[in-house]
Design a protein around this ligand. Structure first.
Ligand code: AMP
Ligand code: ZN
Ligand code: FE
Ligand code: FE
Length: 283
């Protein structure tokens, strides 16, 4: 079984539509694909409608979270699977995060424009296509201007990585855990040790998260070094958390391919058993 539990579509900052993504997943030989767009469930219905025969979809989301235990606070990502998308508390929180992302993008664009860089909000909004707005959409606008060669290059310190970076209004991490569990979802900490992305939270926080309902840790992820994987795997064993592996596919916005890292069938079954929502029927 080939199981990839973390991907993004055009519902957030991937470049494949949800329908294209499930077709690509089948073509890549996956048996199970998790759709985990940033702060939205908008891709679920079109992905389910387009499910190729034999492919299973795990509906999910990647929640933008923050831990306020240090100054400045540290951003982190929480994957949530098989939750009730209509549960009001979580649904409203996700809507608020998406709204704040738009305000933040407009402010980043203001900073760029103040330096004479002709990025416009209507272009960025159009690139997001009604989905969750993220820095990759601003990165694409910088590419169009010929200022960077790739989306990744736009995350360099002189661009969106530092000079034109503004914090998002994220969900406090323990509140996020509570909201996900309340909605029947299964929370898994995405790339918890990805030091290449910036500061990471201490192990003590992961211990506390485990006590507050965290179910798993994403171990096999391109942004984890071999040493980081060993460390996170050990921590999961200590805390009784499941371990997942996934590609974090973003289409052409990143170089990683579907199925680059995989999750075991045993862990997949445990996640399915833990979630309130049943897997969508296979076609
Ligand atoms: P945002 O959610 O708006 O803060 O933007 C962060 C998103 O940008 C991440 O979820 C990644 O999808 C993407 N991203 C971050 N760093 C890079 C990079 N070096 N290359 C390509 N995409 C990146
Ligand atoms: Zn992303
Ligand atoms: Fe992430
Ligand atoms: Fe992701």
């Amino acid at each position: 079984m080939r199981i990839d539990l973390h991907t993004h579509s055009t519902a957030s900052d991937g470049t494949s539509t949800p329908a294209q993504l499930v077709a690509e997943a089948a073509a890549a030989g996956l048996d199970v694909v998790g759709l985990t767009d940033h702060d939205t469930t908008a891709g679920w219905a079109p992905a389910i409608a387009a499910l190729p025969p034999g492919l299973r979809l795990v509906p999910g989301a990647e929640l933008s979270c923050r831990w306020f235990g240090t100054d400045p606070p540290i951003a982190l990502h929480l994957l949530a699977y098989l939750f009730d998308a209509e549960e009001p508390a979580l649904r409203d929180e996700l809507a608020a995060v998406r709204g704040a992302r738009e305000t933040r993008a407009e402010k980043i664009i203001d900073l760029l424009r103040a330096d004479g860089i002709d990025v416009r909000w209507d272009e960025v909004r159009e690139r997001a296509g009604g989905g969750t707005v993220g820095r990759p959409h601003i990165a694409q606008a910088l590419m169009r201007l010929g200022l960077v060669d790739s989306v990744s290059a736009a995350f360099a310190p002189e661009w969106l990585g530092r000079r034109y970076r503004l914090p998002k209004q994220d969900i406090e991490v323990f509140r996020a855990l509570t909201l996900v569990r309340h909605a029947g979802g299964v929370p898994v900490f995405a790339h918890p040790r990805a030091t290449v992305r910036g500061r990471v939270v201490p192990d003590e926080l992961i211990v506390q998260m485990a006590a507050q309902g965290l179910f798993g840790l994403e171990v096999d992820h391109t942004d984890h070094s071999p040493e980081e994987r060993v460390h996170v795997r050990g921590l999961a064993a200590e805390l009784g958390l499941v371990v997942t592996g996934s590609s974090d596919y973003h289409g052409n916005n990143k170089t990683v391919r579907l199925g680059a890292n995989l999750t075991s069938p045993e862990v997949f079954e445990r996640i399915v058993g833990e979630g309130r929502m049943a897997l969508p029927a296979m076609s």
